[in-house]
Design a protein around this ligand. Sequence first.
Ligand SMILES: [Zn+2]
Length: 102
Amino acid sequence: MANDLEKLSSAETLRKTRTFGKVRCHNPSCMERMEPSPGAAHIKCATCGMEYRIYWVRGDLPRIRGPVWEVNRKIAAEALSRKLATSKSKSQAKEGTKDGVR
Ligand SMILES: [Zn+2]
């Protein structure tokens, strides 16, 4: 009886690990494996911060439907604005020199 119980619990444990599939982050420079919570409509990559929309092929088989554009654009925009901010301060310095020459 105790043996049966043990068998059952180890089978249960195995099933638990198999229950929910993983998806891979679509960010080519990340490719992190993510494990969406059951029924979740979105998942956020813990590594790069990108968010994806999830659909469930089966109750235990998630797929990435596509990125959440508002979030991923924001991340891209933030990266771009950081880039622009550094180049802007450079060009402002250039303009300052130009003015001084004039
Ligand atoms: Zn990622």
